[in-house]
Ligand binder design. Structure first.
Ligand code: GDP
Length: 476
């Protein structure tokens, strides 16, 4: 067991230089980034008049709450924008149209890559970063996990359809997040378009747009005809200016995982949106429960880049596992520290999983008071979107006799901890485009856990239905 002088100083609340001085007086020539052993560390702690204390687990994790950048290190950064609105009102089309407005879009080698976010530099104006996973569930899910990455929300309303239930939901989510809003009134090219009606309907939700003398910017657009896309980008630039968004680019990077997957050729890949600092090839980091070292950075045009600064989305290669969307991404001083934090977080996740599923095989299939039988499943998939789609599909199969319950779902290969959970709950493990690792296979054999592999959702749902029928017997 050893610890760097810098880390020890942090935990003691002392200056690292003072520790170095003290060590020097003890006859040890050590720099802040070098390790000292446990005995030396204890000696230092008592020397400074502190009590030696076993580090509690919680101290292992990274705490950036007091790590505030001084005002004079801050530089302007692009805004991060999320597009929300009712289904079919044109969120995807608008994202595509905006992407087309990027000056780099036409450049040679600039092939569009969907990595979960992209940055656009308009012909006139400053760069803007868009999250290209629209939908308020994703927005709120990220927020629930403490990742407030959206600076500005675009509310899309189709001019020929007006406010719909999901528009109202989106409004409520945006208000709850206290994120400034810009209204994009889309499909103004259609015959039934009535932008004024949209503005009036918005009034009922206390949204007063500029055209109605309010202070919420509204822009009439057509994603299809690419009308006024430049105006929408201008509106975003204007709103961003008011927000005075800043970050320190000259430090170790931290940010948020916005998408992660297990890529067949490249291994675990995560798209990270940098919050502050600059991420560089070779940096050591932790992303949720995964440690890693940046092997390559790839931008939204599929180009390798050497570094990524604030509000810049990049694909990161070199992860030791697949994190989840919303996970914190932090550069740390060395691999030992990265491993320590990753292992700690994994242990917390494992603990949560096993306590969240205290049911035994017997109780799972035991008829409950209401005659309902529970059918447990564990689902692993190659990407977050697929995992969600699979979970939704199997949840829908539940009927009044049997409740399908996904006790755990995640992204990446099937691991030991999945198998442990499966064994304790009597659940089969569904691998959607993923397979178990060697260790997981070994334990599964011992504990008689069943794996089932699929790549088509309805093949899986057919099997679940059949298994449910078998469970109930032939009379149902
Ligand atoms: P989303 O569900 O909100 O992502 O909506 P989409 O972008 O998938 O669009 C839904 C449908 O509306 C598609 O058929 C689009 O081609 C169409 N659409 C989107 N924007 C426009 C527009 O500005 N004008 C017209 N006429 N159709 C549009």
């Amino acid at each position: 067991e050893s610890i760097t002088v810098a880390e020890l100083a942090k935990r003691m609340g002392e200056k690292a230089a003072d520790l170095v001085k003290s060590l020097f007086n003890m006859g040890m020539m050590v720099t802040v980034n070098q390790n000292v052993d446990q005995d030396t560390a204890e000696l230092l702690v008592t020397e400074f008049g502190h009590n030696v204390q076993r580090v509690s687990d919680a101290d292992v994790d990274i705490d950036t709450s007091e790590d505030v950048d001084p005002e004079d290190t801050l530089k302007a950064r692009p805004p991060v924008v999320t597009i929300m609105g009712h289904v079919d009102h044109g969120k995807t089309s608008l994202l595509d149209a905006i992407r087309g407005a990027d000056v780099a879009a036409g450049e040679a080698g600039g092939i569009t890559q969907h990595i979960g976010a992209y940055q656009v530099t308009p012909k006139k104006g400053d760069p803007v970063t868009f999250l290209d996973t629209p939908g308020h569930e994703a927005f709120t899910e990220m927020r629930a996990r403490g990742a407030n990455i959206t600076d500005i929300a675009i509310l899309v309303v189709a001019a020929d359809d007006g406010l719909k239930p999901q528009t109202v939901e989106a409004i409520n989510h945006i208000k709850a997040a206290e994120v400034p809003m810009i209204v994009a009134i889309n499909k103004i090219d259609t015959a039934g378009a009535n932008a004024q009606k949209v503005r009036e309907e918005l009034l009922q939700h206390e949204i007063i747009v500029e055209a109605m003398s309010g202070d919420v910017q509204d822009v009439e657009v057509s994603a299809k005809e690419k009308t006024n896309i430049d105006k929408l980008l201008e509106a975003i630039n204007l709103q961003a200016e008011l927000l005075e968004l800043k970050a320190n680019p000259d430090r170790d990077a931290d940010g948020t995982v916005i998408e992660a997957k297990l890529d067949k050729g490249r291994g675990p890949v995560a798209t990270v949106l940098i919050k502050r600092g600059t991420l560089k090839v070779g940096d050591t980091f932790v992303a949720g429960p995964a440690a890693g070292k940046v092997r390559a950075l790839i931008d939204d045009h599929g180009r390798r880049v050497k570094e990524a600064g604030p509000a810049f989305p990049v694909e990161v290669l070199g992860l030791g596992g697949v994190p989840s969307a919303g996970d914190q991404f932090t550069v740390v001083e060395n691999e030992a520290r990265a491993r320590e934090v990753a292992e700690y977080r994994q242990s917390v996740l494992d603990k949560k999983r096993t306590t969240a599923a205290p049911m035994s095989l017997e109780s799972m299939f035991d008829k409950k008071g209401s005659e309902t039988i529970t059918f447990p499943l564990i689902i692993k998939a190659d990407v977050q979107g697929t995992a969600e789609a699979v979970v939704n599909a199997v949840n829908k199969i539940s009927n009044e006799d049997i409740e399908v319950r996904v006790i755990h779902s995640g992204v990446g290969a099937i691991t030991e901890s999945d198998v442990t959970l499966a064994a304790s709950s009597g659940a089969p493990i569904i691998g959607f485009n993923v397979r178990p690792n060697a260790k997981a296979k070994e334990i599964a054999k011992r504990d008689q856990v069943e794996f089932r592999y699929y790549d088509v959702i309805y093949h899986l749902t057919d099997w679940v239905k059949q298994a449910m029928a078998g469970e109930l017997g032939p009379e149902i």
